[in-house]
Write a new protein. Structure first.
Ligand code: GDP
Ligand code: ZN
Length: 333
């Protein structure tokens, strides 16, 4: 659920019975350059010294900071979101693992959304197989002057296949709907999730640059949560004065979210030039008709992607984000 330096908090989801744990020796995942072997959202195996015969539900009462559990291994991840430790570093940091969705919180008001930045987040979600939902917050502030932008935005991103939901943490508009999606009961398209299983809790990442209202939104989803206060002390991790990374919260209405304060974006790791277009769904579709394979969709004759951009079927902004990523490719490696 959380880790601070070498100290971890575990919980037996869907129970929320947090108890402390440490790592035994060095757990290294094969082929991983990650600096953190265990991330929020990981499913781990552990050992704990508890009196014989106690029920699993009582475990947390016996596992204390003085008698912590010991993490012995990490189960294979279904997916994860990663970022570079620093811009130039080859090392990476796993932000969260085993995610059902990523909610990308932005606003058409202030702070201004930078589409290349959003596109990069969407590409990362595609690469790591985490379905994104675009959350447009502060919609109480959208007036007639925003309408054109709103329509253009919907056309681009819904056209590319991404669900968008408009919400306001202040007025509560759209918050019920968001809550149902976060719990897993509803799908972003408004349909009931037929596969919903309360025993398999939905875990979602919440990402957004500072100021978009991510904390306000989490509070609106569940008033008992206050992400901005959560950063202070935690009884289970007492005395350890180290940076808290990302943290999971349990929502009263169902579902779990991983908040990512201070996360300015998540970087791509090891994406080759010719792979980038595979993660722009609308380009991937058009690319089937390119004359050459592979096609970088830049200079090749008979490029169906370029034709689709010229015909207005693929947004020029998205195409230009793509070109920007091609250009910067070297910086990701
Ligand atoms: P965070 O940095 O993304 O966690 O953003 P905060 O939750 O701290 O909010 C940043 C600012 O935006 C604060 O002044 C909030 O009051 C404001 N804000 C957040 N959500 C909304 C909203 O839905 N409508 C309006 N009008 N303001 C909002
Ligand atoms: Zn092409």
């Amino acid at each position: 659920m959380k880790h601070t330096g070498s100290h971890y908090l575990l919980s037996r989801l869907p129970e929320w019975d947090m108890f402390p744990a440490v790592l035994r020796g060095k757990i290294r995942l094969k082929g991983s350059t990650a600096t953190n072997p265990v991330a929020v959202g990981d499913v781990v195996n552990f050992e704990a010294e508890v009196p014989e015969g106690i029920a699993e539900q009582e475990l947390a009462a016996y596992v204390t900071p003085e008698n912590t559990a010991v993490i012995t291994s990490v189960e294979p991840r279904r997916n994860y979101i990663i970022r570079k430790s620093t811009n130039l570093s080859r090392q990476s940091h796993i932000i969260a693992a085993n995610l059902d969705r990523a909610f990308l919180v932005i606003t058409l008001d202030f702070p201004q959304v930078k589409l290349p930045f959003l596109d990069r987040l969407l590409v990362t979600c595609e690469v790591y197989n985490v379905p994104p939902v675009i959350v447009l917050n502060k919609c109480d502030l959208y007036g007639p002057e925003h309408q054109e932008m709103l329509e253009a935005f919907r056309e681009i991103y819904e056209g590319a296949g991404y669900p968008i939901i408009e919400v306001s943490a202040h007025t509560g508009q759209g918050v019920d709907r968001l809550r149902d999606i976060v719990s897993g009961r509803m799908l972003p398209d408004g349909n009931v999730n037929e596969d919903y299983d309360p025993a398999k809790p939905h875990v979602s990442l919440f990402s957004g640059v500072s100021g978009v209202g991510k904390s306000s939104l989490i509070k609106a989803l569940d008033p008992s949560l206050d992400p901005k206060v959560g950063e202070i002390s935690d009884v289970h991790l007492q005395g350890k004065h180290t940076t808290t990374f990302y943290e999971m919260y349990s929502l009263t209405s169902g579902g779990f979210i991983v908040d990512t304060p201070g996360l300015r974006g998540f970087g791509l790791v090891d994406l080759k030039k010719e792979e980038i277009a595979l993660y722009f769904p609308e380009m991937l579709k058009a690319a089937q008709n390119c004359r050459f394979t592979p096609c970088t969709h830049t200079h090749e004759p008979g490029c169906a992607v370029k034709e689709a951009v010229e015909a207005g079927e693929i947004s020029y902004d998205r195409y230009s984000s793509y070109l920007g990523m091609l250009d910067e490719e070297g910086k990701y490696r």
